[in-house]
Design a protein around this ligand. Structure first.
Ligand SMILES: O=S(=O)(O)c1ccc(O)c(O)c1
Ligand SMILES: [Fe+2]
Length: 355
């Protein structure tokens, strides 16, 4: 149940504004995110890159900071007013979480902000004041392969889904879709603030870890163009999963891994969820089309690997193990290679038996 008392002090979150990633080789990361994916450089210093998508008007959607340990340093949400930063600071103090305020911002282009280590162990930031930059929507002369339009969501690995969902509902998020089994175990959930399928997804597993950050294109052919470009450049090795169409969200997708292994999703064409009675879509964990609508396999690394997250002092936050069953175990390894049916309904491998 949602604890409405908590919502009263929660900030009014608009959307996920940016993610700060630590990368071990800034030049290699620049080549991946700028040359390959076409993100736009708003600002560049010797140790930091500020990048944005084509439709963005705030200073950046991605901060790449050179550092020894690849990890996620911040998941930053824009809030509606400057006063919401105060509310965020008070809310997380009420929750007993570490907080740190920076009146001049933690990164360039962003003003007064508060960073917290939230109850799940994730480094969240809440900001309102931000430097406006040129929105490049109509600058087709600058659009590159993929034409990534905006930052869409983050996916976070956490062990206890019910607790994670309750916490996020307490700061105003709403579930739009989830994956469960007949015993009531929840394996994954998608939660929103903006009127699409999600701003934050929770994936059941040892955490806190950042599973991926997703950028949205307008059309699936733009994602396919990235695949073709990667093939032409003989960089197909950075394609981890897809292209394909998700069951959950109905979005067309592609997952890439950057030079440090940070996972990036290219994503397009999910659906509107803005009405207060938006119906939640629940998928059975044995539904072989839940994660890929065409039944294509989910490679094991997609379930197993994710990025560490840092606390407010820059130290990796230790993982807590998931107590509930792991989806990859319940679905007989990389599902899509076999029918993931409940006990007694096994039908062996799909066509083209895999070894
Ligand atoms: O693989 S899923 O269909 O569950 C899925 C749906 C939406 C996403 O953004 C995602 O990363 C994964
Ligand atoms: Fe995603």
């Amino acid at each position: 149940m949602i604890n409405t008392a908590m919502i009263n002090t929660a900030p009014d979150i608009l959307r996920c504004g940016y993610v700060e990633l630590v990368v071990s080789d800034l030049a290699a990361a620049r080549e991946f995110y700028v040359d390959l994916l076409g993100l736009v450089i708003t600002k560049e210093t010797p140790d930091t890159l500020y990048l944005r998508t084509l439709e963005e008007f705030i200073h950046h959607n991605l901060v790449l900071r050179a550092g020894p340990v690849p990890a996620a340093a911040a998941i930053a949400f824009r809030v509606r007013t400057p006063e919401d930063v105060d509310l965020a600071e008070a809310h997380y103090r009420d929750l007993g979480c570490p907080t740190r305020r920076a009146a001049g911002g933690f990164v360039d282009g962003v003003g007064d902000a508060v960073r917290v280590v939230d109850p799940l162990g994730f480094p969240y930031e809440f900001f309102h004041q931000v430097e406006h930059v040129e929105r490049l929507t109509w600058r087709y002369d600058l659009h590159r392969t993929g034409s990534l339009a905006r930052l869409d969501h983050v996916n976070q690995v956490t062990p206890d889904l019910p607790a994670g969902i309750a916490y996020l509902e307490g700061i105003g998020f709403r579930v739009t879709e989830d994956i469960r089994d007949s015993d009531g175990v929840t394996y994954a959930a998608w939660l929103r603030r903006k009127p699409t399928v999600h701003d934050v997804a929770l994936t059941g597993g040892d955490g806190p870890r950042l599973h991926h950050v997703a950028f949205a294109a307008h059309e699936s052919h733009q994602i396919l163009a990235v695949c073709d470009r990667l093939g032409a450049l003989r960089r197909s090795d950075c394609i981890e999963r897809g292209p394909g169409r998700h069951g959950v969200s109905n979005a067309f997708y592609l997952y890439l891994r950057d030079p440090d292994g940070h996972r990036v999703e290219l994503y397009t064409q999910d659906y509107y969820t803005g009405d207060p009675d938006n119906p939640v879509v629940t998928w059975d964990v044995h539904d072989n089309q839940r994660r890929d609508w065409w039944g294509n396999p989910v490679v094991p690394s997609w379930y197993a690997e994710a990025s560490a997250v840092l606390d407010l002092d820059g130290n990796p936050v230790p993982n807590r193990p998931r107590a509930d069953p792991a989806e990859a175990a319940v679905t007989i390894g990389a599902d899509g290679f076999s029918y993931t049916r409940a006990e007694g309904e096994e039908r062996g491998f799909k066509l083209g038996d895999q070894v």
